[in-house]
Design a protein around this ligand. Structure first.
Ligand code: ZN
Length: 273
């Protein structure tokens, strides 16, 4: 099942198009996920749609967004750090979320890309053992952890959350993809392209802390809630570790693709004030 948001309505995406879910599921997508999944197998009334009109696929605003730093070895090395012994966690504040095909305003500074697989929590969870770490996760989606590097790296110690939370800095989509749709949820191909050039390419099997480990770790501290998102970290190839450095400009198009999950396309413009 691929759940998306189109013109303010929850839809299921099928090969024929987008079908609106029955009205009684609206507002209860995660709590009635299994029922919705049963309904989606025989969904009718799908109509063609323009994928540029898809909105952020989560119905409503998540209460918590967790994000993980340095979760791929080559990115840890390019950033100049040693491999962490346990997950390094920060937040992206929820007002940063945007859809899969938007134009994102660039604030002053250096805005960089970070393609990431995002896990969507469907069930409240606390102290989840690693071997049950997939259980609270109902779906995966594609995410970009857009980051303004000047403010992100300014402090000693650096603090990440604000510089990664400008409006539009949390694109997600195009759909919430249920785990049964994904052939190997532990090994997905990530490809990030800037103006057609591949800038990041890796597989999620290379995460230092895979999703079950992240869910277990986070739930030792926080109660995970339906709708919460976990940005699982970015592979190597970000702009501020390149020589020369490279950052997003209004001339760029950023394509974010994860095999079996989907693709997003973003453009940029300078902030007006
Ligand atoms: Zn990140």
């Amino acid at each position: 099942m691929r759940i998306a948001q189109l013109a303010g309505r929850t839809v299921v995406l099928t090969p024929e198009g987008a079908a609106e879910v029955p009205a009684d599921f609206e507002g209860h997508v995660l709590e009635r996920w299994d029922e919705l999944h049963d309904w989606s197998r025989s969904a009718t009334g799908a109509r063609p749609y323009d994928e540029a009109e898809l909105e952020a696929p989560l119905p409503g605003i998540p209460r918590q967004i967790f994000a993980v730093a340095l979760n791929y070895r080559p990115h840890t090395a390019e950033a100049g750090y040693e491999e962490p012994e346990s997950p390094l966690v920060f937040t992206k504040f929820p007002t940063c979320l945007t859809g899969p095909h938007t134009t994102v305003e660039l604030p002053p500074g250096h805005v960089d890309w970070e393609l990431e697989l995002v896990a969507v929590i469907g069930r409240e969870a606390r102290r989840v053992p690693v071997d049950k770490g997939w259980e609270p996760v109902v779906a995966l989606t594609v995410g970009q952890d857009l980051s303004e590097r000047v403010a992100q790296l300014a402090g000693r110690p650096a603090q990440f959350s604000l510089a990664k939370s400008h409006p539009g800095f949390g694109p997600i989509g195009p759909a919430l993809v249920s785990l049964d749709e994904i052939p190997d949820r532990d090994d997905l191909e990530l490809t990030c392209e800037l103006n057609g050039e591949v800038v990041q390419h890796d597989r999620t099997a290379n995460m230092i802390f895979p999703i079950p480990r992240l869910v277990s770790h986070l739930s030792e501290f926080c109660t995970l809630l339906p709708g919460d998102l976990v940005f699982t970290g970015t592979p190597a190839g970000v702009g501020n570790r390149r020589t020369p450095q490279r950052f997003l400009t209004p001339a760029d198009e950023l394509v974010s693709r994860i095999g079996g999950v989907g693709e997003m396309r973003h453009r940029f413009r300078k902030a007006t004030s």
